[in-house]
Design a protein around this ligand. Structure first.
Ligand code: ATP
Ligand code: MG
Length: 456
């Protein structure tokens, strides 16, 4: 109801001037791409399409990365064959996607993504934008030139024809790459309104490729960052992983903050970081991202739970103190703080259920790790999330939030034999540290074995 009403009141932004295209063929002696650099599966797909009389090219991030001497993640194929024609040509082909139809073609071990050239926005009636100018449907087909101007950045709109070995450029992407410039195609504000995720992609490419955002491409981002609120919170979860958990998260994070995008994804965290009262929060997130990047670049695994535990920690830590001051026991105050923080932030970035439990456990271990009396350390050590909780404790110490000590104790406890463990526990009993439960807890009165249960 409400959206229908606003649609009539808010005029859509005026159409931007058509984007001019010119064709520039760059020959192999200049671009230097070799067939050995390309995936055999995508080359076979292109050959089959071309032999059937269609146009077909490699396009997108794969070509861009090769021109930057980086190892491409994947190669996409673009063609003038329709999804139905593609499916008819390949035995193992399957159309996927709603907003844009893509065909997945299986070639041996590879799955090659094949897309039909998309049409231009200004001459299509198969495209729909909402009141904010955001594209909600985009399935009109076009020529290769149309397809080029529908892409996001000039460097991502370079086509490679394996038959001629030419890189074909319609939007000046080749020169931009040589000049290390990330430039959006067309009018920046219009393109961000069509798809606000393009602003996140701009930050991602700055972090990943270490290129510079063209000033006109960067200019409207701060002002339009709020459009990310129109993107579904579950899509933003996927985007955040691509931004922060792909091996260059630290650089991307700083770029997101610089352009006011981080605050749209994580408003509570941004408020606490920019207030600057607790500089250890900023350090904690910085170190978490540095460690995540290092692990990924060393081929090790990472879990989104740890990353999210760090990003939301400033809020959790604040709430923990508040709930404790209200009289809740320390561990319970932390559990409440964790649940509240997740609940309050789901509307921005929706964390799937399968991760929220892990995030909570990492936080809740922070209270458990403080308790070092009796059998507690052994029970904490056998917690399935112990390792992540312990790493998180080290992170808090490294950030300066906690004085060093507890982490070192746990480092020693893990490798100690039983006698040494008892000695470590005794040491805490004799010299209880300040500010932790160890210090606060009074010795508990032992229940008599046959005591009657209380009746209240
Ligand atoms: P990466 O190497 O990180 O995968 P990429 O550029 O290949 O980077 P993809 O998400 O795989 O990114 O997208 C493939 C191509 O599709 C892009 O190179 C670009 O041409 C086009 N594209 C992707 N997302 C958008 C978008 N939001 N708007 C317009 N074009 C897009
Ligand atoms: Mg890609």
């Amino acid at each position: 109801m409400f959206s229908k009403f606003t649609k009539r009141l808010v005029a859509p932004p005026p159409p931007a001037a058509p984007i001019e295209v010119f064709r520039d063929d760059i020959t192999q002696e200049y671009h230097g791409i070799q067939h050995a650099d390309l995936s055999p599966g995508s080359l076979r797909v292109i050959e089959t399409l071309q032999n059937a009389g269609f146009q077909a090219y490699l396009v997108g991030g794969g070509i861009r990365d090769l021109l930057l001497d980086k190892h491409p993640k994947d190669f996409d194929v673009a063609t003038n064959a329709t999804p139905a024609q593609i499916e008819a040509l390949f035995k193992r082909a399957r159309a996927v996607g709603r907003r844009f139809q893509i065909v997945h073609v299986r070639m041996g071990p590879e799955i090659v993504e094949v897309t039909t050239f998309r049409g231009r926005s200004e001459d299509s009636h198969h495209q729909q934008t909402n009141a904010q100018g955001m594209l909600v449907r985009d399935n009109v087909f076009g020529t290769v030139e149309d397809d080029a101007v529908r892409r996001d950045f000039t460097m991502n709109a370079l086509y490679y024809d394996p038959k001629t070995h030419h890189v074909i450029d319609f939007v000046g992407g080749y020169d931009d790459l040589e000049d290390h410039i990330i430039r959006i195609i067309g009018d920046p504000a219009t393109r961000y309104r069509e798809d606000p995720v393009r602003m996140l992609r701009a930050a991602r490419f700055v972090g990943k490729l270490k290129l510079n955002l063209d000033p006109a491409t960067a200019a409207p981002i701060r002002q339009l960052a709020g459009l990310l609120r129109d993107v579904s919170a579950s899509r933003l979860f996927d985007e955040v992983l691509k931004l922060l958990q792909a091996g260059y998260g630290r650089a991307t994070y700083h770029c997101l903050r610089e352009y006011g995008l981080f605050g749209q994804l994580f408003p509570e965290t941004e408020t606490l970081l920019s207030r600057g009262d607790d500089p250890h929060y900023a350090r904690l997130i910085d170190i978490a991202l540095t460690n995540t990047d290092a692990r990924l670049n060393a081929g090790k695994s990472v879990t989104p739970a740890f990353l999210y535990a760090a990003i939301y920690w400033p809020s959790v830590h604040q709430r923990w103190q508040e709930r404790e001051a209200e009289g809740n026991p320390r561990a319970q105050a932390l559990a409440i703080a964790g649940s509240e923080t997740i609940d309050r932030n789901q509307a921005y970035v929706a964390i799937p259920k399968r991760f929220t439990q892990g995030i909570r456990e990492i936080w809740e271990l922070q209270a458990k790790l403080e308790r070092r009396d009796g059998r507690r350390p052994d029970s904490t050590l056998s917690h399935p999330r112990f390792r992540a909780g312990y790493d998180f404790l080290l992170l808090r110490e490294e950030s300066g939030e906690l004085p060093p000590g507890l982490g070192t104790w746990w480092t020693a406890y893990q490798v100690a034999d039983d006698a040494k463990r008892r000695a470590l526990i005794a040491e805490v009993r004799e010299h209880p540290p300040e500010h932790t439960e160890d210090a606060a807890s009074k010795p508990r009165r032992r229940r008599r074995p046959n005591a009657r249960p209380r009746e209240d």
